[in-house]
Design a binder for this molecule. Structure first.
Ligand code: HPA
Length: 235
């Protein structure tokens, strides 16, 4: 048992899909995995292990924001020998290049978080995706429309104090905002493991458009399939 995950060594697969919402973790396990078994419900942050097309796969909620995600990711890498983590989440579209329901595969993650500023003593580290997972996800998404590879912005604020800064991020190529990928990529690099973040655009900051809950479930399901195919192809 680790501090925040109530599982024994061996209960968690080398490949973990990681949604922010623990109820999404439950939905993924019930919808996509065979023989899914709950291994933790500490703090209601569910984790399940099952199989997908014969491959062992776990799905673990991260909670919202980089500090919460970092707790689970640290423990998965340190205590459970997890090799690959694929975040499956939602993001807010920032760039006119992306539309709601599109999928953004994050090649790298900018951030306003102080976590890396403290860890790197003022130097700016560039958190990027694992290339083999990125390539496998892009291949798995071939033929689907509305799939983008590019930069996302992992913000600490869902309700930002200075929303006008978004325009500058877009000028420099940022496609969408979410709240977790930068810490995930940094921790994967630290532990020499693989990580990728794939996000569906649930709302758009410019147009104010939002997806319905039915659309979110459909596009979220498409993204989970991309993540499962990518994670098991590179396992
Ligand atoms: N901001 C941050 N995270 C998000 C958003 C947003 O607008 N939409 C979905 N995840």
């Amino acid at each position: 048992m680790s501090t925040h995950i109530g599982a024994r060594a061996g209960d968690i697969a080398p490949l973990v899909l990681m949604p922010g919402d623990p109820l999404r973790a439950k939905w993924i396990a019930e919808t996509f995995l065979e023989d899914a078994r709950l291994y933790t419900e500490v703090r209601g942050m569910y984790g399940f292990t099952g199989t997908w097309q014969g491959h062992p796969v776990s799905v673990q909620g991260s909670g919202m924001g980089q500090p919460s995600l970092a707790i689970y990711v640290n423990e998965l890498f340190r205590e459970y020998d997890v090799q690959s983590i694929i975040r499956v989440g939602t993001c807010g579209g920032m760039s006119p290049k992306v539309a709601i329901r599109d999928v953004v595969i994050a090649s790298g993650a900018c951030t306003d978080s102080s976590m890396n500023r403290i860890a790197f003593e003022g130097l700016d580290y560039a958190p990027v995706a694992d290339f083999s997972l990125l390539q496998a996800a892009y291949s798995a998404a071939a033929g689907r429309s509305g799939v983008h590879v590019g930069l996302i912005y992992s913000s600490d604020s869902f309700y930002p104090a200075r929303p006008e800064l978004s325009a500058r991020m877009v000028q420099y190529g940022v496609l969408a905002v979410e709240m977790e990928a930068s810490a995930l990529y940094t921790l994967a690099a630290k532990h020499a493991r693989r990580a990728l973040a794939i996000c569906t655009v649930s709302d758009h900051l410019d147009t104010g458009e939002e997806t319905t809950s039915h659309e979110r479930e459909q596009t979220f399901g498409d993204m989970v399939e991309i993540a499962l195919a990518a994670g098991t192809a590179t396992a």
